[in-house]
Ligand binder design. Structure first.
Ligand SMILES: *Cc1c(COP(=O)(O)O)cnc(C)c1O
Length: 392
C-alpha cells in the first residue's frame, strides 16, 4: 500500500485527506514522494522556524540523543535549567514550566488562572474567533463553535468577548473573573493583530480588577513577528506566556513562562508532565533560540518582511477581483481573498509553493525565519504566475 492508502485505511479521519506526501526537507524547501520540490511557506504551521534540517539544530539534537534522551522531571538535567534561564532572559524575571505542545501550554495558563482565583474566582475571558488548542481546556477557551461542536458540555468558566474591543472585555468581567487570555495576533482566526491600544487597555483593565493577563504566543512568538514576543510592540508587561510551535523548530516542546508572583502559586505536586522539557526537546529549543540570536534572525525577519509586505500589498492592488487586503506582522502573514482560498492554495501547490488556509478566507504565508530574499522572490514569482492564470 502507498502512503495515501495507508492513511485512508488506518489513520483517523480527523484531518482532511492530505493532498501531498512529503518525504524530505532542506532549508525552505521540501520534496514529495515523486521528488517534486516545493518552497515551504507552511513550515509545519509556523513550527520549522529554522527551515528543514538546519545543520546546527540537527547536530545539537543528535548529540543530545546519544548523550541522554530522557530522564523525567524526577531528576534535573543541565539543558532544562539553561533553557528556562534563556526564556526568562527574553520574557522577564519569572519561572518556566515545560510541556510538549501548545495545548498543554494553554492548559498551564488555565491552571494558573484557577490558582490565582483561590477557588473563588475561576472565569477566564477569551476572545471570539480565537484559537487556544484542542484539549478540553484549550477547546473551551477557543471562541469558535467549529472547534467545540460535538464536545459539549465544555469546561465551565469561559466568557468570550470581541477581539480589539476593550468595552466588550470590560463588560465580560464579573466578580468571578480571574484572568484574560488572548493571542496578540489571532492566527487560525485569520492573522488578526491586536492593536497596541487594545493591549495597553487590557493591561489597565487587568490591573484595575486584579486579573492575570495571559498571552497565547504559541503561533506568533519566538521571533515570527521580528520580535521575541508579538505583545512586545505594546510595551506592556504580562503575567504569563504560552509558547510552543516555533520554540522547538520541529521537535515537540511547549512552555509556559510566568512572572515571579504568578509562579509562586505552583507548589511541588501541583502540575507536571512526564516528557515536559526532556533533554532532546530542550536541546532543540536552545538550538533554535541560540541560532536566532547568533544569525540575527529577528533582524532578518524585520528587514525582509518589510519589503515582502509591500510586494504582497502590490499583488493585492494588482488583482482586486481576487484579493480584499493583506494583513500581518513579520513572517506571520495573510492574504485575504474575496472567496475561499482553497482553490488558490491548490494551484500554488501545483506551481511549487506550500501555503496554509486560515479562517475568514485567508491564505497564510509562514516562511522560515531564515528565508532568503531570493526565496521570497521565488514565492512572488509563483504567486504572480498562479494569479495570472487564475485571472485570465
Ligand atoms: C497551534 C496553536 C495552539 C495549539 O498548539 P498545539 O501544539 O497544536 O497543541 C494554541 N494556540 C495557538 C495560538 C496556536 O496557534
Amino acid at each position: 500500500m502507498n502512503t495515501q492508502e495507508l492513511y485512508q485505511q488506518h489513520v483517523l479521519k480527523n484531518y482532511a485527506a492530505p493532498p501531498l506526501t512529503i518525504v524530505r526537507g532542506e532549508g525552505a524547501w521540501v520534496w514529495d514522494d515523486a521528488d517534486k520540490k516545493y518552497l515551504d511557506f507552511t513550515t509545519g504551521v509556523a513550527v520549522n522556524a529554522l527551515g528543514h534540517c538546519h545543520a546546527g539544530w540537527v547536530a545539537d539534537i543528535t548529540r543530545q540523543m546519544s548523550t541522554l534522551a530522557h530522564c523525567s522531571n524526577l531528576y534535573a538535567h543541565p539543558l532544562q535549567g539553561q533553557l528556562a534561564a534563556k526564556i526568562t532572559e527574553l520574557a522577564g524575571p519569572g519561572n518556566v514550566f515545560f510541556c510538549n505542545s501548545g495545548a498543554e501550554a494553554t492548559e498551564t495558563l488555565l491552571k494558573l488562572s484557577r490558582l490565582h482565583g483561590h477557588s473563588g474566582r475561576y472565569e477566564v475571558i477569551t476572545a471570539k474567533n480565537s484559537f487556544h488548542g484542542r484539549t478540553f481546556g484549550g477547546m473551551s477557551a477557543t471562541g469558535q463553535d467549529k472547534t467545540q461542536n460535538g464536545y459539549h458540555p465544555l469546561l465551565p468558566g469561559f466568557r468570550y468577548a470581541e477581539f480589539n474591543n476593550i468595552q466588550s472585555f470590560r463588560d465580560a468581567v464579573t466578580d468571578k473573573t480571574t484572568a484574560i487570555l488572548i493571542e496578540p495576533i489571532q492566527g487560525e482566526g485569520g492573522i488578526l493583530p491586536a492593536t497596541i491600544e487594545f493591549l495597553k487597555e487590557l493591561r489597565e483593565l487587568c490591573d484595575k480588577e486584579g486579573l492575570l493577563l495571559l498571552m497565547d504566543e504559541i503561533q506568533c512568538g519566538v521571533g515570527r513577528t521580528g520580535k521575541w514576543f508579538a505583545f512586545e510592540k505594546a510595551g506592556i508587561e504580562v503575567d504569563a506566556i504560552a509558547l510552543a510551535k516555533g520554540l522547538g523548530g520541529g521537535f515537540p516542546i511547549g512552555a509556559a513562562w510566568m512572572n515571579t508572583k504568578a509562579a509562586a502559586l505552583f507548589k511541588p505536586g501541583s502540575h507536571g508532565s512526564t516528557y515536559g522539557g526532556n533533554p532532546m526537546a530542550c536541546a532543540a529549543a536552545l538550538s533554535v533560540i541560540n541560532t536566532i540570536e547568533k544569525d540575527a534572525l529577528l533582524q532578518n525577519v524585520q528587514k525582509l518582511s518589510a519589503e515582502y509586505h509591500q510586494q504582497l500589498q502590490g499583488l493585492v492592488q494588482q488583482f482586486p477581483r481576487i484579493f480584499d487586503t493583506f494583513r500581518g506582522e513579520g513572517f506571520l502573514m495573510g492574504l485575504v481573498l474575496k472567496d475561499s482560498p482553497a482553490p488558490m492554495i491548490e494551484q500554488l501547490r501545483e506551481n511549487g509553493l506550500l501555503t496554509v488556509p486560515a479562517a475568514g478566507n485567508v491564505l497564510r504565508l509562514l516562511p522560515p525565519l531564515n528565508v532568503t530574499r531570493e526565496e521570497l522572490q521565488t514565492s512572488l514569482d509563483i504567486l504572480q504566475k498562479t494569479l495570472f492564470s487564475t485571472n485570465s
